[in-house]
Design a binder for this molecule. Structure first.
Ligand code: ZN
Length: 296
């Protein structure tokens, strides 16, 4: 069982879902905003293609009811099936549960996208069972080590377990906060993560794979990531280069009081996350020091 090296005060509340991007300079926004759009579209398309090409048995899918007809026609052309599981209201960023829509409110159908209808049945059946995560994870093409890690941390209440994955990479060090010089924060430096295993920017659609890796150097994730790379490069080679550029640059994930600030050389992304109430948690990727010039 995952045992954190850092003590946690368990919160009894959740932060309202949100995501924001703050650009460091207008010129960065002009260049990178359209690029992020392309990256995000490529990554979404890759989720679909991975099933279509038979690289994995299933994808979780959200179908906007307003585009239902187009969606059904498209999957019919591609020989795929959709198995609806639950209705979900719109949300921003990521969500670890589905909020049922109010009457009259627009909603998504959440469900499984599959090539073989038998897999759709299996998926739906497994999603009703408490122990169904292993089977679902396998159908989604997730490495077993990461599925087990997810179940373990999830059952302890960590629904955004990036810090827990970082603790599998190295010991946290206690550092003085640069601004207040009084507060302490926990920092883990991971100078050589696999780009495939970086999910710190997924709130903004920036990611190479779709599961939460058990470590930033998970070999299983690197292996699975090979297929994702290939599919993404086929869809939009230019967008894939931009994605790789971001994921190999210094990234600082700084989480405190339920807000994750994710620093990159071009922007700071803000998103809701698990509320750490005692001390900030900071993950530094692709760098051996906190690149302070990243601060706005
Ligand atoms: Zn793993």
């Amino acid at each position: 069982m995952f045992k954190s090296k850092t003590p946690v005060i368990k919160p009894d509340f959740e932060i309202k879902h949100f995501t924001r991007i703050v650009w460091r300079r207008p010129e960065y926004k002009a260049v990178w905003e359209p690029r992020l759009g392309r990256i995000s579209r490529m990554a979404n398309r890759a989720e679909y293609e991975m099933v279509k090409r038979g690289y994995r048995r299933a994808a979780t899918w959200h179908v906007d009811v307003n585009n239902f007809a187009e969606f059904i026609e498209q999957i019919q052309r591609d020989g795929l099936y959709f198995f609806p599981i639950a209705k979900s209201a719109y949300y921003q960023g990521f969500s670890h549960y589905h909020v049922p829509p109010k009457p009259g409110e627009p909603f998504f159908w959440y469900g499984a996208l599959v090539r073989d209808p038998k897999d759709g049945e299996r998926f739906r059946e497994a999603s009703k069972r408490k122990d169904g995560h292993i089977e679902i994870g396998e159908m989604l093409g997730y490495p077993k080590c990461c599925v087990e890690f997810f179940m373990d941390t999830w059952s302890q209440g960590f629904y955004d377990p990036l810090w827990q994955a970082a603790e599998n990479d190295g010991d946290p060090v206690l550092e003085k906060d640069r601004w207040t010089l009084e507060e302490d924060k926990y920092v883990i430096y991971i100078p050589d993560p696999y780009p495939e295993a970086i999910q710190e920017l997924r709130y903004f659609g920036i990611r190479m794979t779709t599961h939460l890796p058990h470590s930033h150097r998970c070999k299983g994730t690197k292996r699975v990531g090979k297929k994702w790379r290939k599919v993404m490069e086929d869809i939009d080679p230019e967008a894939f280069e931009w994605l790789e550029e971001i994921l190999t640059s210094p990234i600082v994930w700084d989480s405190y009081h339920g807000v994750a600030q994710v620093h990159t050389p071009w922007f700071v992304g803000l998103a809701h996350t698990y509320p750490y109430l005692d001390k900030r948690r900071v993950i530094v990727l692709n760098s051996e020091r906190i690149p302070w010039d990243l601060n706005l």
